[in-house]
Design a protein around this ligand. Structure first.
Ligand code: 5RP
Length: 246
């Protein structure tokens, strides 16, 4: 018998077990992120591009439901409370609850997990607590697992540790950076749940990164800036959907 988690996950990961997720949650950390000034417009364009899911903070999730409902799955961000002006990058707190995610119609929730900084213990404790809430409500948990030091963001060893910790604490799916190395297969092999590749800063052509990540076993992408900073968010989303699901 399928559980509530399985049913919700099917709305994000279709029959091929892969997904294209678009992250539009940057406004919680940055004042007017470039390309996201009109979030409703971008949301509508990535929905037109047939994104499987979108990551939103509670405000836009509730205000713009008519744009995405029935077309793209909602992944609600549950942690934040730390802007670009806070010197402690890993100072994240819980900003809303799994119960609220249920009320908003979410298909999954997303929680940040930081590795290696002063905020590590708090962030992992919170991740584990929310994993318990998710189990009670049948809500899939996506853990965005990040080494806290920018010079470790793309370090395969650190990413392997980060994704494994996310899985061990109860995540159903991991969002993590791609290091671009063949050794990334060891990251995938060490993590029994699907990994979606996070995008990072906009690059001229993200397709090579996506192709490599899929070949090494990633289950898809969770991209933000590479989509909403482009001139054609619909076209970029369509291209990713065709690569990921072909
Ligand atoms: C918000 C985030 C993003 O969800 C994540 O970083 C993916 O977006 P991008 O592809 O722009 O890195 O955590 O700040």
């Amino acid at each position: 018998m399928m559980s509530g988690k399985d049913i919700r996950l099917r709305r994000i990961f279709h029959a091929d077990g892969r997904a294209v997720v678009v992250a539009l949650d940057h406004g919680q950390f940055k004042h007017e992120p470039k390309g996201l000034e009109n979030i409703k417009e971008v949301l509508s364009r990535v929905v037109d591009g047939r994104a499987d899911g979108i990551i939103l903070n509670p405000g836009p999730a509730s205000q713009f439901a008519s744009v995405y409902a029935g077309k793209a799955a909602l992944i609600l961000r549950l942690t934040g409370a730390s802007t670009e002006h806070n010197p402690n990058f890993d100072y994240h707190r819980q900003i809303t609850t799994v119960e609220q995610a249920v009320a908003l119609g979410a298909d999954a929730v997303l929680v940040m997990g930081f590795i290696g900084g002063r905020g590590e213990a708090h962030s992992l404790e919170l991740l584990a607590k929310i994993a318990g809430d998710c189990s009670r409500y049948g809500m899939p948990l996506i853990a965005e697992m990040l080494p806290v030091e920018p010079d470790r963001f793309y370090d395969t060893e650190w990413i392997r540790c980060a994704v494994r910790v996310g899985y061990e604490l109860g995540a159903d799916c991991i969002k993590a950076y791609f290091s671009g190395e063949p050794a990334y297969r060891s990251v995938i092999d060490s993590c029994p749940v699907p990994i979606l590749i996070a995008g990072g800063p906009k690059v001229a052509d993200p397709q090579d990164m996506v192709r490599q990540a899929l070949e090494l076993g990633a289950s898809g992408v969770a991209f933000g800036r590479n989509i909403f900073e482009s001139n054609d968010p619909t076209g970029v989303t369509e291209k990713l959907v065709s690569m990921v699901h072909s």
